[in-house]
Design a protein around this ligand. Structure first.
Ligand code: NAD
Ligand code: UDP
Ligand code: UDP
Length: 322
């Protein structure tokens, strides 16, 4: 049990990329897990291996509507996370962050339990401070294509802190930076999945803009470890706290690395940069280091090996299914 007592834990968005890894990790710690998901971007395949576990339960539910369950803790991860997915129905994206958070906060308030919010580095927008620490208030366009996600997540943070101040609710807010790994959706347009799939299929690698924009990539296992440590941290530590890997790479470097690692014949092609695409992004993780004794352990190359293996198997399965 690693020192924790067994709890019944609600994971919203539990059928998604991060949520499925979190459900798996909590079950392995001996907890009971309820996964609430409307399968908007999540897939049953992500949690198929957990379904036979008697301590795992799935509820098909949209968190924009009230949810009455009896649990000991909530991880609120429900929200489409890739630009293609969250821009597909932007009004629903904002509703999920705002109405969804209100419902999950109401649930936590009724039960007097702790609730963790999966916030994002997008709250910093196109940052003018580098690296980004939690004290930076951000540079966000309120009316652009990314605003439904960025402003929705900012409003969710506001709600979490107002429920904390007004109702004395125990909250934890994680600002997650770009995370990658097995079970990313192959068509969600995120850079790591896009480049790996393109490289494995021998298709052109689509670098947006000049590829000089930077991101820092955290392997999923490190991120889940950070989320669980945050949930179990001292009550007076609410965050917001950055969780991400501070090793920064340009998008062009990432493309070259993936081509080399997959031994691919793919060529790099340059496409227009999407609007409001942040120029650089890198977390300052000192707060997490101090308060959670957490830092990422997995190097980009090692994480990419595992992620490439996942997509290789996925594409081979699809080929043989045809
Ligand atoms: P994902 O799209 O794979 O997972 C999101 C899950 O939420 C999906 O299973 C989806 O079906 C579900 N969902 C969406 N709207 C819902 C609703 N209204 N009700 C119930 N379920 C709903 O994305 P992910 O990468 O696993 O991200 C999980 C969380 O972490 C999101 O809140 C995201 O904003 C946050 N985050 C992720 C990253 C990252 O790099 N992966 C970075 C920053 C923040
Ligand atoms: N809520 C929920 N489950 C619960 C308790 C509340 O989904 O177990 C929802 C309910 O729809 C409510 C929202 O959470 O509207 C906010 O609850 P809160 O108690 O903060 O406000 P109020 O009930 O006054 O709207
Ligand atoms: N990107 C790219 N080619 C792609 C997909 C993304 O060059 O096929 C770029 C994108 O413009 C951004 C970076 O990679 O600068 C990260 O994009 P992603 O959508 O993964 O995450 P976010 O922009 O939310 O950090």
């Amino acid at each position: 049990m690693n020192g924790y007592s067994s709890k019944r834990i609600l994971v919203t968005g539990g059928a998604g990329f991060l949520g499925s890894h979190l459900c798996e990790s909590l079950l392995s710690e001996g907890h009971e897990v309820i996964c609430a998901d409307n399968f908007y971007t999540g897939r049953r395949a992500n949690i198929a291996h957990l379904v036979s576990n008697p301590y795992f339960e799935i509820i098909r539910h949209d968190i924009c509507f009230p949810l009455y369950v009896e649990v000991d803790e909530i991880y609120n991860l429900a929200c489409p996370a890739s630009p293609i997915h969250y821009q597909f129905d932007p009004v629903q994206t904002t509703k999920t962050s705002v109405h969804g958070s209100i419902n999950m906060l109401g649930l936590a308030k009724r039960l007097k339990i702790k609730i963790l919010q999966a916030s994002t580095s997008e709250v910093y927008g196109d940052p003018t401070v580098h690296p980004q620490s939690e004290s930076y208030w951000g540079n966000v366009n309120p009316v652009g294509l990314r605003s439904c996600y960025d402003e929705g997540k900012r409003c969710a943070e506001t709600l979490f802190f107002d429920y904390h101040r007004q109702h004395k609710l125990k909250i934890k807010v994680a600002r997650i930076f770009n995370t990658y790994g097995p079970r990313m959706h192959p068509n969600d347009g995120r850079v790591v999945s896009n480049f790996i799939v393109q490289a494995l299929k021998g298709e052109d690698i689509t670098v947006y803009g000049d590829g000089k924009q930077t991101r820092s990539f955290c392997y999923v296992d490190d991120l889940i470890d950070g989320l669980v440590k945050l949930m179990n941290s001292l009550d007076d530590f609410t965050g917001p706290v950055n969780l991400g890997n501070p090793d920064e790479f340009s998008i062009l470097e990432l493309a070259q690395m993936i081509i080399k690692m997959t031994d691919s014949k793919s060529k790099i092609v340059f496409k227009p940069l999407p609007s409001d695409d942040p120029v650089q992004r890198c977390p300052d993780i000192n707060l997490a280091k101090e308060n959670l004794r957490w830092k990422p352990e997995v190097k980009l190359k090692d994480g990419l090996v595992k992620t490439i293996r996942f997509f290789d198997e996925l594409l081979n399965r699809k080929k043989h299914a045809i």
